[in-house]
Design a protein. Structure first.
Length: 190
């Protein structure tokens, strides 16, 4: 009798234990996977800040000619400008309240370790289970005040891009990405 009860309890325990096993599966396509990390304090943006401009040196692209770098910079500036204007900030070329800098890199040109060394952040997006047709890309946006050399706030996003495919909807994709990245920047009513 005791042997039967012990066997029954052991069988139940094994069934319960097997039911607790978890597996990570990725069902979404690689391009929709994205990870973001932020650091800094947006409270350093002066309450009277109404304008923004481009950081004089922080805009870089590392793609090894896989994509048109100048075109990427143009798209990124255009998208950031659109999002900042929606938040109530005006672009000015002289004496801005906020300076915006950015960088973009493909994993083949800049590893997570190099990004960590240069930007002080790493989003840690895993490439496990991703087809070779996609490459991990990283985008950094940093906000500065004119009086500080170091950024007051940074956001780093990582996702996947198909470098071999022509991107007809690039402008829309940049807008979606920068909207997510700059979501935390406070709105300013003009």
């Amino acid at each position: 009798m005791i042997k039967k009860q012990l066997c029954l309890w052991m069988s139940l325990f094994i069934v319960l234990l097997a039911g607790c096993t978890t597996y990570e599966t990725v069902n979404s396509p690689a391009p929709s996977r994205m990870t973001m990390v932020t650091t800094g304090d947006l409270g350093f943006i002066p309450p009277a800040a109404k304008t923004f401009g481009w950081h004089p040196t922080m805009f870089s692209v590392h793609t090894a000619n896989k994509l048109n770098d100048e075109e990427l910079v143009r798209h990124m500036r255009q998208s950031i400008t659109k999002i900042m204007q929606q938040k109530g900030y005006a672009y000015v070329s002289e004496s801005p309240s906020i300076l915006v800098g950015f960088g973009m890199a493909l994993e083949s040109e800049m590893s997570d370790k190099e990004i960590m060394e240069k930007a002080g952040l790493v989003a840690g997006l895993s490439t496990n289970g991703v087809d070779d047709e996609y490459e991990k890309g990283s985008v950094l946006v940093a906000l500065f005040t004119p009086l500080r050399q170091d950024p007051i706030w940074r956001v780093l996003a990582q996702g996947f891009t198909d470098t071999g495919k022509k991107i007809d909807d690039r402008e829309q994709r940049f807008d979606i990405l920068t909207t997510r990245m700059l979501h935390a920047v406070p709105n300013h009513s003009m």
